[in-house]
Design a protein around this ligand. Sequence first.
Ligand SMILES: Cc1cc2nc3c(=O)[nH]c(=O)nc-3n(C[C@H](O)[C@H](O)[C@H](O)COP(=O)(O)OP(=O)(O)OC[C@H]3O[C@@H](n4cnc5c(N)ncnc54)[C@H](O)[C@@H]3O)c2cc1C
Length: 688
Amino acid sequence: MKFYSYHTLVLGSGAAGLAAAVRLRAEGVESVALLTEGLDQGTSINAGSDKQTYYKPSLCGATPDSPRAVAESYLLAGGADGDLALAEAATATRAFFHLVDLGVPFPRDAYGQYAGYRTDHDPARRATSCGPYTSREMCRALIREVKRREIPVLEDRVAVRLLSVPGENASKDVPQRKILGVVCVNRKTLEYEVYRAENIVFAVGGPGGLYKRSVYPEVHTGAIGLALEIGALAKGAPECQFGLASFTALEGRTFPKKSEVATPKEFRWNVSGSFMQVVPRFVSTAADGESDAREFLTEYFASPVKALERVFLKGYQWPFDARKIGGSSLIDLCVFHETTIRGRRVFLDFRANPVGYAIDALPPEAREYLVKSGAEAPTPFERLMRMNPGAVELYRDWGVELSREPLEIAVCAQHNNGGLAVDVDWRSLNVEGLYPIGEVAGTHGVARPGGSALNAGQVGAFRAAERIAHDAGSDAAAPEIDEAFSIMANAETTRLRLTARRALERGIDWREERDAFQTRMSVACGILRDAAALERARNDANAQLTRLYDCGNESVLLNPDDAAPASRDEIETLRNLQLCLAHKVYLDSIYENAISGVGSRGSQITLDPDGEPISNVFPSNWRARPEDASFRRRVFYSYLDSNPGDGGPLATRSFWREAKPIPEPDEWFENVWRDYREGKIYDRSASR
Ligand SMILES: Cc1cc2nc3c(=O)[nH]c(=O)nc-3n(C[C@H](O)[C@H](O)[C@H](O)COP(=O)(O)OP(=O)(O)OC[C@H]3O[C@@H](n4cnc5c(N)ncnc54)[C@H](O)[C@@H]3O)c2cc1C
């Protein structure tokens, strides 16, 4: 086994991890490396939407704005803390101009103003975009800067276990840990490698591998389970975001290889914005994808025009939203009903108009929009070509021709507003030396302004880098690899290898196991949540997790063959451990929310026999428990209280805390200046 040591290791090379590596160097931390599955992996470089949004304060015209006003927008739907909202708002402008200066082509006018538009949950016009691939443009610019600064990039490494010891503050209710390093498998050499680090900036992205129906890029599974496995505290885990997305198998299609992004088996894309505003046909078929094709929306609406109106609205109300089930989110429910209850498949067809379509029959808002956009063309495809030819092109890039074939769609998991709990320096609340940033950090609440995920990743990178550089001072050296660490790393690695190899020997197929927990999550933890179904799913989850971890609990010594290099199956079997563990914590958290009486909010409806019927076209048990608004002032925390590898009982503990208000610090310049000079701005252990 090979051992390496860095003062700070950045794990993950999405937009957040790349920015952290750059900022750490800029802050003077020399001993830093970026460890990743690959620069072409993750969500940031592989995902986008018709106009992928970046959220920042208003920087144009006479629109007044302030950090506090932005922070207030973050808290509108509740379930989030004011101190983090203020920190995200306060560093947003700096983080945005950092990207501009690195060459990200955010549009500006002749006077240098960065105009904005209104996005979801945005009371002002703070959103900007570089087009469909904003986060890819960010990655490109940040990768150039990582290379210019000669920061070591360790690609083809899959992290499989975080190494930690009990932390100092044992008196706290939640177990405290201290990070020591990480075990990885090198996908090229198939060797195990151990990294010792004082700090790990944990930028492994959102939980992409947890849902069967997902618009996260196929190459991205995420790795929050590694931190949950060592007991890291999570916050707001149930607040996932879902919406309509297409998924197209790429086998047999011809398209040029894109040099800097991963080639998936399935191309996935949000069908938001113009894809809906051009009002395509919604068609469902039998399970074979061909027979019994019919336009189905008319069955669910009082008139065809009502359906067309909701489809148009869906364009700028993309996420499924419990508050809009009488409006545009009814479209998501219809698609969900067709696919999950009726077992049919749903397609968007741009080749012909839906039943009842005529420009004059559309509601005034939709008609005006199409006329103003010069998109009064006869078919949805032609309207799309006029309104947003780039949207057609991006499907062509993957060999999909919208003028000739329909697009299969479903309600898909897209984002987690929650994640690991952090303070305003993006330090884990209970694992010393762990800095979760980007989507894996749980800084948002029930809903967030569109584009704030990308801002949060950049702000987290700035804040974590500043805190690490401040704490390390001029001694930011790589820690020594002492005997105690080597013994522990060897023992953990041996246990991991045993777990994986015994699983393979027993014929446990990682693909089937992954399919099982992903399907469980999509069925029980999607847009409709039901406590009884969640309870059954939790039992199944526990059984699966125990079975997978049990393989490492047998007292079998490694035989000589065990010294052989790892295989791809071994790596994916190990990846399943942290994914399966994460799905257990998410399931338990979602169940706790359902039985706490939070009700229907964000991107989910909680079913309740005493709830309000959603619509008489749906099954009679689709009754929504109304939101209990008092929960908006509270934040939900959860953590795993035992290590499954120890064979003990598996328990997810959870609790609610009052949400922190937006702080009102002393803003008198002379006082701020003094605190800054004296380094007091970092003196806030009380906020942890
Ligand atoms: C379809 C879609 C559209 C979106 N649109 C928007 C939008 O308009 N605006 C917005 O703000 N947000 C949007 N988002 C969300 C946003 O793109 C993500 O939250 C953000 O890109 C996540 O960045 P990240 O750096 O945290 O993680 P990622 O970009 O996912 O990077 C994670 C990194 O960690 C690495 N990694 C993971 N596990 C391991 C492991 N075990 N070992 C080693 N490396 C590992 C990965 O390889 C990758 O390098 C969208 C998301 C999707 C899916």
